[in-house]
Design a protein around this ligand. Structure first.
Ligand SMILES: Cc1ncc(COP(=O)(O)O)c(C=O)c1O
Length: 467
């Protein structure tokens, strides 16, 4: 395995990249996409494309997504589950991490199904050509329309609560084919991650309370229009610990045994996602292979101990599939030194294209991509351009001395960046390009000022008279 890259000087990063090969590396343990190198121009290159040239061609800020890294993560998950779980398995991509046509098409072409959490994500996946049976609709407050959309597409529905279960029973009454559902249960498992992305503890807004399980099973048993085909749990996101996943296996297999008592044939067990990624040198997540081994072996062992047949095992990682495959390139603009306190260096994006630092106090790393061998002489606050003092991408970033026009690359921006982006301050969303083998393809067009007012309506009585 490749050693942890130290970014103390960019030259070290350069050496690290020169030594690295894509073989055997787990994308979620890398700071940069697998194909990253430094080229003869002393520039960062990803997927065979010079980052500074990409910015000239497609504008700034720019999301740069490496196809090799994305596909490698999909293949590693798929193969690891085959290797370590003796029963059937299916990896789903949790597309809330980043849902768009191109990404849905890539992950589906690698054999993954897709977890969607809204009618919009479902629609996008269908438009990308993904078959409805490979889609799983999540959400703790699905509308009737979203449920109907999922039923029409033949997608699986992960039922979250009583209201939804009753609505679904009503919507499917008299249907010729029962709707395929999974039941989301709260496992009561604590893990160490930000409280906003912890979901498995009892005080969570997601899933049925474990005390109501038997009543839920009894209700489902009485609904001929609902086929209870699976159980689901998800304990949280950006998790580095392994033990909670072992604990989850035991809890879920107990649910399986209970379902059998209610004559509910549970064919699928979905253990959710949650594997963390390396955003900074001090992050040390398990590899995809290690995670799949723990999960696969724990479920198989718990089933064996309980003397029950192996269900089809599902998981739904998001961050660890797409997170490390993408970087965001910005252009440096103004800077300001507050004597004795700090220097702000400002880029042309910020909390609208990456809301994670301001939302979760997430940490990131950055390099000056157009001068990779420049020594790190400065410690600066890398600020965004929004009218918000908290709009800071990186505190205490170690960088070379920057100049306006420099290309600054923030790493690990594939997950929960574009998908959580906004038009705050009426900034158009950046473009995204997919890179591989020296080619760059536009996968998300940059928004324009016209896009910003597309939904605006100006009632006639408000029209200003031109002077
Ligand atoms: C139900 C569910 N499944 C899967 C995921 C994906 O988690 P991650 O991106 O950490 O793998 C999430 C994330 O919030 C989730 O809520």
């Amino acid at each position: 395995m490749v050693s942890t890259p130290s970014l103390e000087v960019q030259a070290t990063a350069r050496q690290y990249l020169a030594d690295a090969t894509a073989d055997g590396r787990s994308p979620n343990q890398e700071l940069l996409p697998l194909t990253t190198c430094v080229n003869d121009r002393d520039c960062l290159e990803i997927g065979g494309c010079d980052v500074a040239t990409l910015v000239e061609q497609f504008g700034s800020p720019l999301y740069i997504l490496d196809e090799t890294t994305l596909r490698t993560a999909c293949v590693q998950y798929r193969e690891a589950f085959r290797r370590y779980y003796p029963g059937e398995s299916q990896v789903l991509y949790a597309s809330k991490a980043w849902n768009c046509l191109a990404i849905c098409a890539i992950v589906a072409s690698e054999g993954l199904g897709i977890d969607v959490v809204s009618g919009g994500e479902l629609y996008t996946a269908l438009q990308a050509g993904v078959s409805g049976e490979k889609l799983y609709l999540h959400g703790n407050n699905k509308s009737r329309e979203e449920l109907q959309q999922a039923i029409a597409a033949n997608a699986r529905i992960v039922v979250d609560n009583w209201y939804e279960l009753e609505t679904l029973a009503e919507l499917t009454r008299g249907a010729t084919h029962p709707a395929a559902i999974l039941l989301r249960l709260t496992p009561g498992i604590e893990c160490h991650t930000h409280e906003y992305i912890r979901t498995g503890h009892l005080d969570s807004k997601f899933g049925f309370d474990p005390d109501s399980i038997e009543a839920v099973f009894e209700f489902v048993r009485q609904q001929p229009s609902l086929a209870g085909i699976g159980l689901h749990a998800h304990i949280g996101s950006q998790i580095f610990e392994i033990q909670p996943h072992r604990d989850l296996a035991k809890v879920m297999v107990k649910w399986l045994q209970l379902a059998a008592r209610y004559d509910i044939p549970v064919a699928e067990l979905n253990v959710g996602g949650g594997l963390g990624i390396r955003y900074t040198e001090s992050d040390d997540p398990p590899s995809i292979d290690e995670w799949a081994k723990v999960v696969g072996e724990a479920i198989a062992a718990a089933c064996q101990e309980a003397g029950i047949p192996l269900p089809k095992l599902l998981c739904e990682p998001g961050r660890s599939i797409v997170g490390s495959a993408c970087v965001t390139a910005y252009t440096v603009g103004s800077s300001k030194t507050v004597p004795g306190i700090r220097t702000y260096v400002t880029v042309d994006g910020g909390m609208s294209d990456n809301p994670r630092p301001i939302t979760y106090q997430s940490l990131y790393r950055a390099v000056v991509a157009n001068r990779m061998s420049a020594p790190l002489t400065e410690t600066v606050t890398l600020a965004g351009k929004h009218c918000e003092s908290g709009d800071v991408l990186i505190q205490n970033a170690r960088l070379p001395k920057t100049e306006p026009g420099d290309i600054l690359v923030v790493m690990g921006t594939g997950a929960y960046n574009y998908s959580m982006s906004s038009n705050y301050n009426r900034l158009p969303r950046p473009a995204a390009v997919l890179v591989g083998d020296g080619e760059a393809s536009l996968i998300l067009q940059r928004e324009t000022d016209r896009d910003l007012i597309r939904q605006d309506r100006l009632p006639a009585r408000l029209r200003l008279q031109s002077s």
